[in-house]
Design a protein around this ligand. Sequence first.
Ligand SMILES: *Cc1c(COP(=O)(O)O)cnc(C)c1O
Length: 358
Amino acid sequence: MTLPEPRKALSGMPRYVPGARGDGGPPPIKLSSNENPFDPLPSVVDTISRAAASVNRYPDMFSGDLTEALARRYGLKEDRVVVGAGSVSVLGHVLQAFAGEGDEVVYAWRSFEAYPILVRLSGATPVEIPLLECGCHELDGMADAVTDRTKVVFLCSPNNPTGLPITTKEIKSFLKRVPDRVLVVVDEAYIEFNRDPLVLDSVALLARHPNLLVARTFSKAYGLAGLRIGYALGNPEIVAAIRVCVTPFSVSGIAQAAALASLEAEAELFARVETIVGERGRVLGEVRGQGWCIPQTQGNFFWIGALDEAAALAGCLKSEVPPILVRPFAGEGVRVTIGSPQENDRMTAALAAYPSRF
Ligand SMILES: *Cc1c(COP(=O)(O)O)cnc(C)c1O
């Protein structure tokens, strides 16, 4: 029997590796998915419970109330906002709308592991430009890599997994170098954790750069990873094309309500972000004091360039009781999420006891 064959693009496709989960023993310390360590706000949980009462109905297909609230928050018109089921979905829709067979999509590497998967799924060819030694994007190299076939460039700021942001000046000069017909997507999943003063609000660049799209998410700073909701801001025509590709009703009513409630509770949520940023400073100070060489991260995570020892280091942390789960990238390094103060204490103690340093 001959089975239906999937598209060629799927063969040899890299797989998204979700952050490790516990395996039934003592509950692990999960520092492997860059999640927010705080429980959801009671007000948000309340909203979610209330929204649960109408799940027999389809949600608002265009997330109208949330779109309006986001537009108001950013001082933009609603036709510049597109909401999707997590910003990963939005990025996928961007590629569906703008890239296909024969096209190229440029991004830095190592960066967010969803990029190569989404690009290959779209049928386009990934063009990966290695990060600089510091863990920064090599923006000159990325601009040089733009050809007539290039349709989209992804910039990840701060970069997952190294944590380095791209400064506003760098984004501006990149936009100057790249032709207007190329869509430049700045993926700012962690922007709320940034404290680098050279990184200004990218949304302000939209007015002058119609080929710029800014992608953000409720998954990290707003603590809604499990509900799947994110969005992009950009030129109305670009946004309209992306909206065509959004799977109908993929953003649940519960997610829309929770995101709205989270925008209303933003001050409270950003106070938590401040706590995480404070913990990041404390953890980095401690770990560097132990002799580890850690890039100046602006995300809720940090990077250990452990190279060939990445898997061993992650394995060693996992063997702690309770297990400490981090995200190894074999042969490259280990990404560690900033957790609660207690979790961070366990993690720094385990790193202190590790026999080598990177
Ligand atoms: C976590 C993350 C996202 C957001 O994912 P969601 O689909 O919104 O949960 C996007 N980009 C990067 C680089 C990320 O690390």
